[in-house]
Design a protein around this ligand. Structure first.
Ligand code: NAD
Ligand code: USQ
Length: 479
């Protein structure tokens, strides 16, 4: 992959010192004493750290060893294998936007949590010259801070799930009862930059998920997979969207079949293929799985990430990784016109990141049966892009901002005016209490954007990736 800077790293982290808050605030503790990055032709691999069990609290060694010290396994949520133990949840992609918030939330709720992440998302940012609106601490500092604030451990396995050996070691070491899989390349524009990114996205996502399925079959047959899918798998059909399955009468016969998929980017297509692979392995091997077809997520704060600045989550506003509502709030804060693509009638399901963590918790607490492939549509409200722009304009004006909107020629190939009515009752039935997009949430998101507006690089706001112009030439190689 021409765009990938392949790395293998060795890293020594100083010994176990409990940080003071002052130190954490100054970012002084936990800086690696040595850090080397080697480049090679192979994709990003495992971080390899020296094997010293005595320093286990701050040292990851070999491919898959916990970052934090082991703690007595107590908690509210019990493992199906041994009811006296807390449920063990592996969060793949736990350094990312949804994964980080979820890892802290579940840890706070008494689950034993491990994060598995290749940190490749941080590399994408470096390669494309992007940055989160919010400053984010390294994963090591994040976990040290969490431990010092709450006394709770989150174990850390740094590596690529496309590397089956690494994933196997992580499974054997952590022995998860549930795996929450966020660990994919998740940007539709990224997957449409050039051939190399399209191929990378499908390889990373499809092979990574396939490896997770094989690891479950081999090492943790009882484990429940909670996989992040996307509402975009369904596209925008001119009929109601059901939750995963539709009952069809055809030529006098009836069957309940997977709902038709009409994805509209190489990224969204990778999710469709994942869903098929998961459905097949549920049938063939008796895997238990929940596919959470999530809508577009907005917001940044959750109860846990708000506890300390080093726990702060990322917030993307750029034209590649930024999503509609988050982008509009940042645009309003810096006086950039809101970028409505095309006619703005594109309608999608949206949810607050506080509901992402709630939905995942509900799915884990109410697992699918062996062999069951369960699909939930995970969003709380639907909006068109024009409606979002109008809501942000109104909320911005209340804060004294002069918010304008422009119509940008649509860089994507998508319906700009269409019917959209997607069902989303199954998570409500399990107990989801939605955070509806309110004036106060918009106020707080806008205030957040205003707080960090000096970090905004306005050059990153306009879209630069065209669905029609994608070609074979790697885009980051100078002409
Ligand atoms: P993100 O890019 O912030 O986080 C993804 C994380 O996965 C990153 O930390 C990355 O380093 C890691 N990762 C990627 N490939 C990996 C691999 N091969 N091995 C190990 N780690 C890997 O993305 P996000 O916004 O948190 O999204 C998480 C999941 O939720 C994705 O699967 C995405 O498709 C889905 N989702 C996100 C949204 C949204 O609005 N953000 C909406 C619907 C669905
Ligand atoms: N849009 C604009 N202006 C912008 C940004 C987006 O009009 O400045 C429009 C897009 O054209 C699209 C809609 O808003 O019609 C949503 O785009 P988005 O960038 O907010 O979200 P999308 O590309 O669909 O992807 C995001 C996440 C992805 C997840 C998906 C859920 O990046 O991981 O799968 O939301 S869903 O949209 O339901 O498929």
């Amino acid at each position: 992959m021409a765009h990938l800077l392949s790395t293998s790293c060795s890293l020594n982290i100083p010994s176990c010192r409990k940080p003071s808050f002052q130190q954490l605030n100054q970012g002084l503790i936990g800086l690696p004493t040595s850090f080397t990055v080697k480049t090679s032709k192979s994709p990003v691999r495992t971080v390899i750290l020296p094997a010293q069990r005595s320093q286990r609290c701050h040292t990851v060694y070999a491919t898959a060893t916990p970052f934090t010290p082991t703690q007595s396994r107590s908690g509210l949520h019990q493992s199906s294998n041994d009811p006296s133990k807390a449920k063990r949840v592996m969060i793949i992609g736990g350094d990312g936007y949804c994964g980080w918030a979820t890892a802290l939330h579940l840890s706070n709720k008494g689950y034993e949590v491990a994060i598995v992440d290749s940190l490749i998302r941080r590399l994408f940012d470096h390669q494309l010259g992007l940055d989160s609106l919010t400053p984010i601490a390294s994963i090591h500092d994040r976990l040290r801070c969490w431990k010092s604030l709450t006394g709770k451990n989150i174990e850390l396995y740094i590596g690529d799930i496309c590397d089956f050996e690494f994933l196997s070691e992580s499974f054997k070491s952590f022995e998860p009862d549930a795996v929450v899989h966020f660990g994919e390349q998740r940007s539709a524009p990224y997957s449409m930059i050039d051939r190399s990114r399209a191929v990378f996205t499908q390889h990373n996502n499809v092979i990574g998920t396939l490896n997770v399925l094989f690891a479950m079959k081999e090492f943790r047959q009882e484990c429940h997979l909670v996989k992040l899918g996307t509402m975009g798998e369904y596209g925008t059909p001119n009929i109601d969207i059901e939750e995963g399955y539709i009952t069809i009468n055809h030529n006098g016969r009836t069957d309940t079949l997977p709902y038709p998929k009409q994805a509209s980017s190489f990224y969204h297509l990778s999710k469709v293929h994942d869903s098929h692979n998961i459905a097949f392995t549920c049938k063939a091997w008796g895997i238990r799985a929940t596919d959470l077809n999530q809508g577009v997520v907005y917001g940044v704060r959750t109860d846990e990430t708000a506890m300390h600045e080093e726990l702060c989550n990322r917030l993307d506003y750029d034209g590649v990784f930024g999503t509609a509502l988050n982008r509009f709030c940042v645009q309003a804060a810096v006086g950039h016109p809101l970028t409505v693509y095309g006619k703005g009638g594109q309608t999608r399901g949206y949810l607050d990141i506080r509901d992402t963590v709630q939905c995942v918790e509900l799915a884990i607490a109410n697992p699918a049966q062996p062999g069951e492939f369960r699909v939930f549509n995970q969003f709380t409200e639907q909006f068109s892009v024009n409606q979002l722009a109008a809501l942000v304009t109104k909320a911005g004006e209340k804060l004294g901002l002069d918010v304008k909107t422009i119509s940008v020629p649509n860089p994507r190939v998508e319906a700009e005016e269409h019917y959209y009515n997607a069902k989303h009752t199954k998570l409500i039935e399990l107990g989801l209490q939605p955070h509806i997009l309110s004036d106060s949430l918009l106020d707080s998101l806008l205030n957040f954007a205003i707080q960090f507006k000096d970090r905004v690089d306005s050059k990153q706001i306009m879209p630069s990736v065209s669905w029609r112009k994608i070609g074979t030439k790697p885009k980051t190689v100078a002409a």
